[in-house]
Every structure is written in structure tokens, then in C-alpha cells.
Design a protein around this ligand. Sequence first.
Ligand code: NI
Length: 169
Amino acid sequence: MAILPILKFPDPLLKERSVRVESVTPEISALIDDLLDTMRSSPGGVGISAPQVGILKRIVAIDVSASKRGGQQENHGLLVLINPDILARGGKQIVREGCMSIPDYTANIQRAQWVLVDALDRSGKQVILEAVGLEAVAIQHEADHLDGVLFLDRVTSVKTDVFRRKKYR
Ligand code: NI
């Protein structure tokens, strides 16, 4: 178990496409533990993807249950998704997003309101689940990382939709 360093924009690895995981080996399990430690080390962090720690494999972790917004909505608690595929999506929501790899900015991004996801869980078992609200946003955001897409790539207007993060001390 370890907190891993997070790659920061514009690290070129963040623009790479990650590869599918063939089987959940002990190395993959250890990586998942480290991803969870790393996600929890970031205050307000609701998701993380393996490429953000420089491992180009299709693994994400999401947990919106402790979030002020997400915790009040229907959610699955901690989700580890291996090879996630978004099978269907619908509706529309605009949510202010942040990312551990882009610590100085947030942005209003339009996402689907709900998604239907096919993935493997951390035991390698297939799961199909529906997510809504902030959990659906987090799944779309983390799945984007696996294709080398960052939230800044989805901004409609840099002028009106991107915000410098306020730092309180
Ligand atoms: Ni991110």
C-alpha cells in the first residue's frame, strides 16, 4: 500500500490510450490498493485512474459517497472498475469538475446524467451497473482518462467555463 505520485498536465502520458487488463494478477491487485490509497489522500477526491500514476492500464476507482454533492445522491460507494465500457448514456448535466492531474483549475463540463457500464470488479467478475448524478460524472471523467482525454478537452468555452482554483490558507 502506498500513495503514488500523480502525473500533472501537460505530462504526455496523460494523453495516451491505456490497454485492457487481461487478468487480475496479484500485481494488478496491489496497483488497485495503491490507487485507492492515492485517491483517499486527496481531499474531496472522488475518482482516480491508473494512467494518472503512469500505469497505462484500464483501471479506475470511484467513490462519491463521502462527497457533499454525490453522497446525497444514489451511489454504489466504492467502485473499482477494470476495463470499463459505457454501454449507454442519457440525459444531460453540467457539473463543476476538478482533477488531481490539473490541480489549479476546475471547469463546468457537460456530461450525461446517467450511464450504463460494463466492467470487471476487482475480483475479475463482470459487473453491469447504472450510475446517475455525480457518480455518473465521475465514471465518465475517469473513463476519459483511459482514452487520454482530460476535462479541459471537453470544455466548450475556455473564457466562461474554466476557473482558477481558489486556495484558502
Ligand atoms: Ni481526472
